[in-house]
Ligand binder design. Structure first.
Ligand code: FA5
Ligand code: MG
Length: 444
């Protein structure tokens, strides 16, 4: 891996540690600077300069930004909850995965899916990474909003950084705790009955979505019901009236069974918007070992994780996820803190497609996320999407056994000015040369 010197810095200590020699051999600098701190690199290091540059931005705390208004709107619906929004994105794989019972071979742990500073430190891939820590501090009802990072493809609804709000509630696992939940369920059900919302539900428990061995099924039913009522009422608060949800045309919400390693039963929620079901959150009854890890074994409860961009794209009619990162005054000046307004698109510049066709060295593969990160490091937000150009171009030569790939990159500026063909060519030339250096490919 070769990265620009501004971010990666070699530190020459006394003597030459073996890690230093290993990094030299891999053409990898010894240290990386993240949020002003230096960290040693190793074979897992894959955090890129583009990603590092996003870490200080915290869009969900920037006044007037749609993500900040949405965070405040969600918080206002849970006034008695603790509201957290300043936890560091750097977590250990132990926090992000192990404390939540992710199996050792879960694909989310791989360097193709997650960003690692080194083997012991990574960027959180979800806000659930903080569950054990926050429960361990004694919080019983809380919301936590934060930036999360995942290596992913590039298109209009996928960006390697997005924002989530985690919400959780735990109560004592005794009759007093269950009474508290039952009373809340009655209150929420009465409120929802009077509202225009059409809910497609699934049973709280099923053979594929079972109760935990440590739980009384009656308690699980009450907790799952409280989770569903709390979230249905949040959906109504967020979407009701705003996106044309009226008595004649009620808001449609659909519950689906899901699986998460640290909840069971588990669910996902989709909202019907402009003719499509949109997945906006995952949730469930917290797996008891997660609460044991937080030293609150005498409690039980629920947790959810909402995707803020997905919801904001619906509420504000924002068509492209890159726009959230725009510094263009034509974007930013459209929004005021606390107000949900319809985004007015400004002139869209023409797309500029460039193909990159190459042979991989024999036996070598190239993960699409590695290719996308390389392109983003060079072209930044000027790249709108990256697609495998055609299946024909993804083939293995019968004689040489070498694999050939062709990606089509769409360069298009979403900000300030049109991108000239010369500029797109120059970016594409840099992509090609970086691809040659980093992956030893042969350009076709
Ligand atoms: C999670 O991240 C779980 N941590 C949610 C959870 C929390 C489950 C607590 C149980 C208990 P998932 O990967 O499905 O789950 O992401 C949650 C939401 O984040 C999705 O529903 C979606 O709205 C949003 N999301 C996921 N991936 C992306 C992406 N690449 N771009 C934008 N939003 C995304
Ligand atoms: Mg999901």
């Amino acid at each position: 891996m070769r990265l620009p010197g501004s971010l990666w810095r070699n530190i020459h200590g006394r003597g030459v540690p073996s890690r230093y020699l290993a990094n030299m051999a891999a053409n990898r600098p010894c240290h990386v600077t993240v949020l002003g701190e230096e960290y040693p690199t190793d074979h897992m290091t894959n955090i890129s300069p583009t990603i590092v540059s996003k870490l200080p931005l915290k869009l969900h705390t920037q006044p007037s930004h749609p993500l900040s208004t949405l965070r405040a709107l969600i918080e206002s619906h849970f006034p008695s909850y603790a509201h957290l929004s300043s936890l560091s994105p750097l977590v250990t794989p132990y926090q992000n995965f192990d404390l939540l019972s992710f199996p050792a071979d879960h694909p989310g742990r791989s360097v193709t899916d997650s960003y690692y500073v080194n083997k012991d430190l990574m960027l959180r891939t979800h806000t659930s990474a903080h569950e054990v820590e926050v429960f361990g501090r004694g919080e019983t009802k809380w919301l936590l909003t934060a930036d999360v990072y995942r290596r992913d493809e590039i298109d209009g609804s996928h960006y390697p950084v997005f924002h989530q709000t985690e919400g959780a509630r735990i109560v004592s696992a005794n009759s007093a705790g269950m009474k508290e939940i039952e009373e809340d369920n009655e209150r929420l059900a009465a409120h929802l009955e009077r509202s225009s919302i059409e809910i497609e539900d699934v049973p709280h428990l099923s053979p594929m979505n079972p109760c935990q061995p440590a739980h009384d099924p009656k308690h699980t039913e009450l907790i799952a019901k409280n989770l569903k009522l709390s979230l249905n009422s949040l959906m109504l608060h967020l979407f009701g009236g705003r996106v044309g949800a009226t008595a004649q045309n009620p808001l449609k919400v659909r519950w689906i069974e899901a699986t998460f390693p640290w909840t069971t039963p588990s669910f996902e929620v989709e909202v019907f918007f402009r003719g499509k079901w949109l997945e906006i959150l995952g949730c469930g009854v917290i797996y008891q070992p997660t609460l044991d890890n937080a030293n609150v074994s005498d409690k039980l409860g629920w947790a959810f994780g909402l995707g803020l961009e997905r919801i904001a794209m619906v509420l504000y009619s924002i068509p492209d996820i890159r726009l959230f990162w725009s510094q263009d005054p034509r974007f930013l000046s459209q929004f005021k803190q606390g107000e949900i307004t319809t985004f007015k698109p400004y002139s869209k510049y023409p797309a500029c497609f460039k193909d990159v066709s190459f042979w991989l060295p024999e036996g070598q593969t190239l993960h699409e996320n590695d290719f996308c990160d390389l392109v983003r490091d060079i072209a930044g937000d000027v790249v709108e999407d990256v697609k495998l150009a055609s299946l024909i171009d993804d083939f293995t030569h019968p004689k040489t056994n070498r694999k050939s790939l062709c990606y089509r990159i769409n360069y298009r500026s979403m900000d300030s000015r049109s991108l000239s063909n010369d500029e797109a060519n120059s970016l594409n030339t840099q992509v090609v040369s970086c691809l040659r250096d980093r992956f030893r490919v042969v350009i076709r």
